[in-house]
Design a binder for this molecule. Structure first.
Ligand SMILES: C[S@@+](CC[C@H](N)C(=O)[O-])C[C@H]1O[C@@H](n2cnc3c(N)ncnc32)[C@H](O)[C@@H]1O
Length: 388
């Protein structure tokens, strides 16, 4: 026989809990003449069984039902399903924590957060110690806080011998220039890279050009290349971030940005850069869009995760309109523009030695190339000519 305190000690519960169990008729002691409650060994065993059932995730009410009658299989199935869900959620939490500690892959997490909360994600990365340039690169390229430096070093080594860093072609640049309603006087080029478009703008206009990029070595190459072509005179360079451009409002009658606006978000770029344009100023900006309403799932999965705010042409045109721009013209970049970018890149990948050839950066670029070969046509780069 056990007194209530002895029973409580034997099962690791409190006296109050046992009294509560009595009230719920989970346990029934016997009263002695002196009023004390006593419990038998059977009561002890019933309590232990109850605890096992509780450990399986059943509520007290459900435990009682199982103790007093035939087990309810339907109920157990429901509990099992619920438990599986909880385990999966916990497993996800575990994977994420391990990834943040550098013990697993982070890319899908960064992709998801970047898609759902782009500004908060960027600010958070900067709080973790990345400057804006690195935070943006992490968001688009490495997607891994622990492996970022290695990834970017490999990425840069692959690209360092290549002049083109995105799809483009001088004829497409020229076509856009010829679609302008009047010749430009002051051009701001944003994300100019090595200056391939800059050279076309300088050769085919009388305008002064301010070419901006946040990659100083690219600006150096731009200067050397334009000097060699004897067209540097009207071109100034500025190393700055496209998110914080150091120019007064209404400074330019033309903003030009090929393959770069996506870095800060296409629509955000349109909104932020608008004030730099004079009242009837023009913006020429390119962006990647779906050219079909039903992209192949594999293309959607790959490009949709790399460029989360990629949408179809119609949606882009609506967003452009909502951002306060009038569409003057738009066209798809030529197939040559893609070849100009991917052919040298493919060749470079075939030439780079180990261990670079086996790096994650190289693997990601190969994936991008495979998507291009299989799905180009379902998506493309659009050049938009817009009026403020
Ligand atoms: C895909 S490349 C395009 C380069 C060039 N417009 C072209 O079509 O060849 C993107 C360019 O944006 C630059 N960039 C990236 N982040 C930037 C930022 N926050 N501010 C300014 N430029 C940036 C890169 O250095 C790179 O030159």
């Amino acid at each position: 026989m056990y007194r209530i305190t002895e029973l409580a000690n034997a099962v690791g519960l409190t006296r109050t809990t046992l009294l509560y169990y009595e009230k719920q008729q989970l346990l029934q002691g016997r009263r002695l003449d002196n009023g004390y409650r006593v419990y038998s060994d059977q009561d002890l065993q019933r309590l232990k069984l109850l605890q096992r059932l509780q450990a399986a995730g059943l509520t007290l009410k459900e435990c009682k039902a199982c103790l007093d009658a035939k087990i309810d299989r339907q109920l157990l199935r429901q509990r099992l399903a619920q438990l599986d869900e909880e385990i999966a959620a916990k497993q996800q939490s575990r994977t994420l924590l391990a990834a943040l500690l550098g013990e697993g892959e982070q890319s899908s997490w960064h992709q998801q957060v970047s898609q759902q909360a782009p500004d908060a994600h960027l600010n958070w990365l900067m709080q973790q110690g990345f400057d804006e340039k690195e935070a943006l690169r992490l968001k688009w390229l490495s997607k891994d806080m622990n492996d970022h430096e290695r990834y970017m070093a490999d990425f840069m080594e692959i690209f360092e011998t290549l002049t083109r860093w995105g799809p483009g072609d001088s004829n497409d640049t020229l076509t856009a220039l010829q679609l302008l309603p009047q010749p430009p006087k002051h051009i701001l080029e944003i994300g100019c890279g090595n200056g391939l478009a800059t050279a076309v703008l300088a050769k085919h206009s009388e305008a002064t050009i301010t070419a901006v990029d946040n990659e100083e070595p690219a600006l150096e190459r731009l200067k050397q290349s334009l000097a060699a072509q004897q067209i540097i005179g009207r071109v100034q360079t500025q190393c700055a971030s496209m998110t914080e451009l150091p120019f007064a409002a209404s400074s330019f009658d033309l903003i030009w940005s090929e393959g770069s606006a996506y870095i800060m978000g296409f629509i955000k770029a349109l909104q932020q850069w608008r004030s730099l344009l004079k009242d009837d100023g023009i913006m020429v900006v390119s962006d990647m869009v779906w050219l079909t309403d039903k992209p192949s799932p594999a293309a959607k999965q790959h490009l949709g995760s790399d460029y989360p705010d990629m949408c179809n042409l119609q949606q882009r045109l609506q967003q452009i309109n909502a951002a306060g721009y009038q569409l003057l013209a738009h066209f798809s970049l030529s197939e040559q523009a893609w070849r100009n970018y991917y052919q040298p890149l493919e060749q470079r990948l075939n030439e780079v030695p180990e261990p670079l050839a086996n790096s994650k950066a190289a693997a990601d670029i190969r994936k991008e190339l495979a998507v291009y070969h299989q799905f180009i046509g379902e998506y493309g780069y659009q050049m938009f000519i817009l009026k403020r």
